[in-house]
Design a protein around this ligand. Structure first.
Ligand SMILES: [Zn+2]
Ligand SMILES: [Zn+2]
Length: 244
């Protein structure tokens, strides 16, 4: 509710114009959308060092296998000003309709990679307190768009089955890698009463907006694998590099 009131006030203060060219009366016009290039180079999510195909773990990180996320695809570059503006308006100015162009970028990126289609699409959950503040779970909105547009005839479902055990500080507020790891350790569990038999032994896509260290995604992957999921491919709009 508070999120909705904030949104109404903000909509009045900031009329809708294209964040890119300021010409058209939509948040991002088709021309500006097409001007955003997909990110070609993907890196191993564990060492964040080696370039890999579709953001899968590199060979050395696969051996010994302490890392549970199988791949992390970053759709576009966060350095792109239109991407940065859209993400900001989406998350902090509560413009939930921006989920559409943003998830469209994720869908376009997914279709450009040769990766298996998932059995289900799983959003990173918000804590109920955070959900009340924002009024919507941005990852769930992205997941819903991707589910409807990735391969429509297959009707790949969105399963909102993860839950946060406690309220933690937003990762954005933490400066270093170790603090971020600690902040999310054992944070997630399967939502009580969730039905997830159909994803056991299967591949799923895990959806979030922005990844920095990938610690949140890794913790979600851990929970999903403990529940029998075989492969977890995370897909984010973009990665933001942490200033070390
Ligand atoms: Zn435009
Ligand atoms: Zn690696």
């Amino acid at each position: 509710m508070i999120g909705k009131i904030k949104k109404i006030i903000l909509d009045t203060l900031f009329p809708v114009i294209c964040l890119g060219c300021r010409k058209n009366d939509c948040w991002l016009c088709e021309e500006c959308f097409r001007g955003i290039p997909l990110r070609r180079e993907q890196i191993c999510p564990a060492c964040e060092n080696k370039t890999t195909v579709s953001g899968f773990l590199c060979i050395s990180c696969q051996t010994g296998r302490k890392f549970l996320l199988d791949a992390l695809i970053s759709s576009v570059s966060y350095e792109n000003q239109n991407v940065k503006k859209m993400v900001h308006y989406f998350k902090y100015r509560f413009v939930f309709s921006l989920s559409e162009p943003l998830a469209r970028l994720q869908t376009k990126a997914l279709l450009s990679h040769h990766i298996p289609l998932p059995r289900a699409i799983i959003p990173v959950p918000l804590h109920p307190r955070r959900l009340r503040w924002r009024g919507f779970n941005q990852a769930l909105l992205l997941a819903e768009y991707i589910s409807q547009n990735l391969a429509p005839p297959l009707k790949i479902p969105v399963l909102d089955i993860l839950e946060r055990r406690k309220y933690n500080k937003p990762q954005m507020e933490l400066g270093n890698y170790q603090d971020r790891l600690e902040n999310v350790r054992n944070l997630f569990k399967m939502r009580s009463g969730a039905v997830f038999d159909n994803i056991k032994g299967k591949t799923v896509y895990l959806i979030d907006d922005i990844a920095t260290t990938g610690a949140t995604l890794e913790e979600c992957a851990k929970t999903l694998k403990e529940s029998g999921v075989k492969k977890v491919i995370a897909v984010v709009i973009a990665r933001q590099t942490l200033k070390k």
